[in-house]
Design a protein around this ligand. Structure first.
Ligand code: SIN
Length: 539
C-alpha cells in the first residue's frame, strides 16, 4: 500500500530558489520541501560569487539590462531580463532584513564588486562565501515558519494526468487536455519506501547538472534531476546546449574541483599564460573581465596553443590584507594545497559551472504543465540567453521565486488532489550488475567533457550522442529491473540530461554564446531563439 502525504505546495530542492519559494508560499498554505541530502547540501551553499543588483546611486537598471543582454549573445528574453533587473533590489533588501550580512565599508554602505561583463560595480558579497550566508539566513527564516523540510528524499517521477487512478492519459498518447502536475512519487532513503506527495502546486528548484561533466565546480547533488523529471513528465526543455564553463577552477589534479571566484578578477586579478604574459586582450578588448564564455574560450585556446595544462591567475600585486579580507575561503583552501596566493600565482582551468537552459517557463515560473513551476538554475526563464552574466543566478532564484508565489496567490492556483495510481514498479537488487552499471557514470562524464565541452563540432556531437544513447539504454534497462535507490535515480537523470544537452547542441546550427562549434561561424542574427525538446510520449 503506497503511503500518501498531502500538502498544498511541494518544493523540490533546498537552495536559494527552493527556500525562498517556500518562505513566500508559506504565507498562504502548507509547504513541504523535499531535498535528497541534508538541507544545506545545495549548490547555493558553495556559491562564492555574489548577487548582482542595481544598488549604487551611479548605476541604472538600463545598464544592468544592457550588460545582461550583451552577455546573453542576442538570445535573452528582454521582458524576463527587465523583470530580473528591476525587481532585484527589493529582494536584496529583504535578505538584509532577514539578517544577511553583506560586505560593507567603514561608513556602513554596501561594498559593491565587479565581475566579467558588468560595466558597473553592482555585486554584493558576503566575503567569498555569499551563497552560504544566503542559505543560512533563508534556512533560519524557513525554520521559524514551521515549513516542513524532509531530508534524504528523492523525487522519482512527477505525478501527472498519466498517473491518475481514474481516466488516466494513455502512455504514449498525446493528452486530450492540458497536462497537470499533482505532486511526485518520492523515494525515502531512510526507509527505502516509495510514497506519494500530493500537492496543489509543485515547484522544481533542483538546481543544475554540473555532474554530467568530468570537471565541474558543482557539488555531487547537481545531477540535473529537475530537468529529467520535467522532461519525462512532458514539459518543454530549452537551450540545454548553453552549459556555462567557468574560466577559473583551481588546477589541482587528484583533488575536488574548487572554484576561484571571478570576483578576484573584479578586484584586479590578472590571467597570465605560461610565459607570464597577460593574454585575454588578444580575444576581447575587455580582457579578463569580458563575459565568461569569451574568457573560458580564450583560456581553452591558449592551453591548446601552448600545450600548457593550465593558465595562471595572478593576484600577487594586490595587498595581502585585501586578499585575506575579501577571499578568506579561497586563501585558506589554496594554502592547504601549498599555494600562498599573495605570493604564488594560482593555476587555473575552465570547468563546467552553470546550466543556462532548463525547464522552459514564463515570467511567472509556469511550465508547459499546469501547476508545475520551475525556478532558479533548473529553469529557463530566458534571462540568461546564450550565456549568463556573472552573479545573475542567485538574483534569478530570488526574483522568480517571489513571482511564483505572487502568481499562485493572485490567481488562486489550487490544483486538485485526485486519486493517484499507486507506485507499481518492483525490482530485485543486483549488487554485481549495479557496480558495472555505475561505471557508465564515468563514461558519460568523459564523453561530455571530451565531445560536448567548450569547443564542439558536428562530428564530436554525433559521436557523443551515439555513446550516451547506448549508456543511457543500459541504465534504463537496469532501472526497469532493479530496486530503487538514490544513486540509480541520479544516474538515470544524468544520462537523460547528457542526451538532452547533446540533442540541443546538434539542433543549434551556429556558434553563439556558450555553444561554439568549429562547423559554424558566429552570426549577427540568431538562427533561433530557443532550442526546445519535449517528449512526445510522456507517461
Ligand atoms: C564566481 O564567484 O565566479 C561565480 C559567480 C557566478 O557564477 O555568477
Amino acid at each position: 500500500m503506497t503511503r500518501i502525504v498531502d500538502t498544498d505546495y511541494l518544493v523540490i530542492g533546498s537552495g536559494i530558489s527552493g527556500l525562498y519559494s517556500a518562505l513566500i508560499l508559506s504565507e498562504f498554505g502548507k509547504v513541504t520541501i523535499i531535498t535528497k541530502e541534508e538541507v544545506t547540501d545545495a549548490n547555493t551553499t558553495y556559491a562564492q560569487g555574489g548577487i548582482a543588483s542595481v544598488l549604487a546611486a551611479s548605476d541604472t537598471f538600463e545598464s544592468h539590462i544592457r550588460d545582461t543582454l550583451d552577455a546573453g549573445a542576442g538570445l535573452c528574453d528582454t521582458e524576463a531580463v527587465r523583470v530580473l533587473v528591476t525587481e532585484g533590489p527589493t529582494h536584496i533588501r529583504r535578505l538584509m532584513e532577514l539578517g544577511a550580512a553583506f560586505d560593507q565599508d567603514a561608513s556602513g554602505s554596501l561594498t559593491l564588486g565587479r565581475e566579467g561583463g558588468h560595466s558597473e560595480n553592482r555585486i554584493v558579497h558576503a566575503k567569498d562565501l555569499t551563497g552560504k550566508e544566503v542559505e543560512d539566513v533563508l534556512l533560519r527564516a524557513v525554520r521559524a515558519r514551521n515549513i516542513e523540510i524532509k531530508e534524504y528524499q528523492s523525487a522519482v517521477d512527477l505525478i501527472t494526468c498519466y498517473h491518475l487512478e481514474k481516466d488516466p492519459y494513455l502512455p504514449g498518447v498525446a493528452p486530450p487536455g492540458p497536462n497537470q502536475c499533482f505532486g511526485a512519487y518520492v523515494y525515502d532513503r531512510k526507509t527505502w519506501e516509495i510514497y506519494i506527495i500530493r500537492a496543489r502546486a509543485t515547484i522544481l528548484a533542483t538546481g543544475g547538472a554540473g555532474q554530467v561533466y568530468l570537471h565541474n565546480t558543482n557539488p555531487d547533488v547537481a545531477t540535473g534531476d529537475g530537468v529529467a523529471l520535467a522532461y519525462r513528465a512532458g514539459a518543454v526543455i530549452s537551450n540545454m546546449e548553453f552549459y556555462q564553463f567557468h574560466p577559473t577552477a583551481l588546477y589541482s589534479p587528484g583533488h575536488r574541483t574548487f572554484l576561484i571566484s571571478e570576483a578576484m578578477r573584479g578586484e584586479g586579478g590578472i590571467l597570465r599564460g605560461p610565459d607570464g604574459e597577460p593574454f585575454t586582450k588578444k580575444y576581447d578588448e575587455r580582457g579578463d573581465l569580458a563575459p565568461r564564455d569569451i574568457v573560458a574560450r580564450a583560456i581553452d585556446a591558449e592551453m591548446k596553443r601552448t600545450g600548457a595544462a593550465f593558465m595562471h591567475l595572478d593576484v600577487t600585486h594586490l595587498p595581502r590584507e585585501q586578499i585575506m579580507k575579501k577571499f578568506p575561503n579561497i586563501y585558506a583552501h589554496c594554502l592547504d594545497l601549498g599555494i600562498e596566493i599573495s605570493r604564488d600565482r594560482i593555476p587555473v582551468v575552465p570547468a563546467a559551472h552553470y546550466m543556462c537552459g532548463g525547464v522552459r517557463t514564463d515570467v511567472n515560473g509556469r511550465t508547459a504543465i499546469e501547476h508545475l513551476f520551475a525556478v532558479g538554475e533548473v529553469s529557463c526563464t530566458g534571462v540568461h540567453g546564450g550565456n549568463r552574466l556573472a552573479s545573475n543566478s542567485l538574483l534569478e532564484g530570488l526574483v522568480f521565486a517571489d513571482r511564483i508565489g505572487r502568481y499562485i496567490k493572485e490567481n488562486q492556483i489550487s490544483g486538485q488532489r485526485p486519486e493517484i495510481r499507486r507506485w507499481q514498479k518492483e525490482g530485485l537488487a543486483n549488487a554485481e550488475e549495479w557496480i558495472l552499471v555505475q561505471h557508465n557514470l564515468g563514461e558519460i562524464k568523459s564523453v561530455m567533457w571530451d565531445y560536448v565541452g567548450i569547443v564542439r563540432s558536428n562530428l564530436r556531437l554525433d559521436r557523443a550522442l551515439r555513446r550516451i544513447e547506448m549508456l543511457s539504454n543500459e541504465i534504463n534497462d537496469f532501472y526497469s529491473r532493479t530496486v530503487i535507490q538514490n544513486k540509480i535515480l541520479e544516474l538515470r537523470n544524468l544520462a537523460l540530461v547528457g542526451k538532452l544537452i547533446v540533442r540541443s547542441a546538434k539542433a543549434r546550427r551556429e556558434s553563439r554564446g556558450l555553444h561554439f562549434s568549429t562547423d559554424y561561424a558566429e552570426n549577427r542574427e540568431p538562427s533561433m531563439a530557443y532550442t526546445s525538446l519535449q517528449r512526445s510520449s510522456a507517461g
